[in-house]
Design a protein around this ligand. Structure first.
Ligand code: ATP
Length: 452
């Protein structure tokens, strides 16, 4: 259905390329091992003394017709990722494929046709519109830049676009300052739609807007997607903005994707502790349901510096489940459940991936103090339940895991055995202990010696 509409649109803009039509679900964009390191230079000779690891090896796909939400705290590399996939920035490493074509290092000329197909909507509708240009000039600029003459002329097409985004076409000659924030963002959207793009990357499209206006703009994006068959990557710093419009959500932390899952799976059973923490911060608007999930997980400290990211799992310095392996070994992004990929040794709502590694790091113990008891108990319970469910199918884990902990575990630099008994931990099967369960159980005698 969306393709039919796209063809109609192409008829309006004859110079629009008509090749490369997509069925919903086809992979439109594929990103592999994408990296962007910004060099840090010092001194007269401007020698490179380090690098900001803004995006540090990410893999994902965007399918035609879907909305991929990208969330994470400020500074985790979301905007850099958005600018890389729209090729506004040159990647340090990795590969970007659009419609199966490698566009990673295309030059200006090579990118020209792609500029029509991939558009970006920016965060700040105040600074992204030139105050000296009329709305007509701003929205019509892409036609000029691409040398496209729409059927009926630029003015007519711009007026059509203004009405598509809910603005009065008669305001063609007005200037940006005559519009409110929400209206300016609509102007930015009209400009992005001018060349009938296939992929729209929206970087925090509503975060500069009044809360009452945010929903209107999000709904507009949603409606336009239905009508025009657009594919979106929507970047936001919290889950509430992307919740209703995304089909899948990627959660980023310090330049990495830590979880990538279908929206419903992510909300029902988040697997990465960071996702769980982000979700606990999303307000629940229904007062009748408020009691259900009022336990907010506070994260310990700030996001570490992307100049020297922590070793192993980057979240280990703030995670209440972190054990020695989290400090030393980076967990790969694995599809643990169909439609849900996670990079975690000790995932929530799933069988522990490293059950032999049970000694919590000191940092984890401190982080655990900020996590409500109810959340810890729930975490122990669900992980134990999943472990019990899968245990009969995986007997080898039980027999191999236990000795491994005894013989191979080096005394952790900052590891300490944990105590504090909790009834929720009791039913956990010994074969596959969850670190959270262990955290609440008396310390195992084989636990490595604690280093002070
Ligand atoms: N041009 C640049 N030069 C050097 N460092 C940069 C540059 N652009 C971004 N960074 C750094 O890269 C890291 C990621 O920045 P980015 O803007 O992509 O994060 P973000 O998740 O979008 O955050 P925000 O929501 O605050 O925009 C940050 O530490 C930032 O300071």
């Amino acid at each position: 259905m969306s393709d039919v509409k796209r063809d109609d649109e192409a008829a309006t803009i004859p110079a629009q390329s008509t090749d490369g039509g997509h069925a919903d679900g086809d992979v439109l964009l594929k990103v592999t091992g994408l990296q962007k390191h910004f060099p840090i230079k010092k001194g007269l000779l401007q020698r490179q003394v380090g690098a900001v690891h803004a995006v540090d090896g990410i893999d994902f796909e965007v399918r035609a017709g879907e909305t991929l939400g990208v969330v994470g705290e400020s500074g985790c590399g979301k905007s850099t990722m958005g600018r890389l996939i729209t090729r506004l920035l040159e990647p340090t490493a990795g590969k970007i494929e659009f419609e199966g074509k490698d566009i990673t290092h295309l030059g200006v000329a090579g990118m020209r046709p792609l500029r029509r197909d991939v558009q970006m909507i920016f965060q700040d509708p105040y600074s992204s519109l030139n105050p000296r240009h009329t709305i007509g000039t701003i929205v019509g600029a892409p036609f000029k830049l691409q040398g496209v003459e729409p059927e009926g002329g630029v003015k007519k097409e711009v007026q059509r676009l203004l009405s598509v985004v809910g603005l009065n076409p008669e305001h063609y000659n007005r200037y940006p300052h005559e519009f409110s924030g929400g209206q300016r963002q609509r102007i930015g959207i009209a400009r992005a739609l001018a060349l009938n793009p296939k992929l729209v990357v929206a970087d925090e499209p509503v975060s500069a807007l009044d809360v009452s206006i945010q929903a209107q703009v999000v709904n507009l994006l949603d409606d336009l997607q239905q009508e025009l068959g657009l594919t979106y990557v929507i970047i936001a710093h919290d889950l509430s903005v992307v919740r209703h419009v995304s089909d899948r959500i990627a959660v980023m932390y310090l330049g990495k994707i830590v979880e990538l899952a279908d929206r419903d799976l992510l909300y029902k059973t988040p697997m990465h502790p960071y996702t769980k923490a982000l979700m606990s911060a999303v307000p629940i608007p229904d007062p009748r349901r408020k009691a259900e999930k009022s336990e907010r997980i506070l994260l310990k400290g700030d996001v570490p510096s992307p100049i020297a990211p922590p070793s192993g799992c980057r979240f280990h310095t703030r995670c209440w489940k972190a054990t020695e392996i989290c400090r030393t070994t980076e967990p790969p992004l694995l599809e643990l459940r169909p439609g849900q990929r996670v990079a975690c040794h000790h995932p929530e709502n799933f069988e522990d991936q490293q059950p032999q590694d049970t000694v919590l790091l000191t940092a984890a113990k401190e982080a655990g103090e900020l996590v409500p008891d109810g959340v810890l108990a729930e975490s122990a319970e669900t992980s134990a339940a999943v472990a019990a469910e899968v245990a009969p199918h995986k007997p080898s884990v039980a027999t191999e895991a236990a000795p491994a902990a005894d013989t191979t575990a080096e005394p952790a630099v900052d590891a300490e055995p944990v105590a504090k008994a909790d009834p929720a931990a009791a039913p956990a099967p010994a074969a596959e202990p969850d670190p959270a369960v262990e955290a609440e159980a008396p310390a195992a005698p084989e636990a490595p010696a604690q280093e002070k």
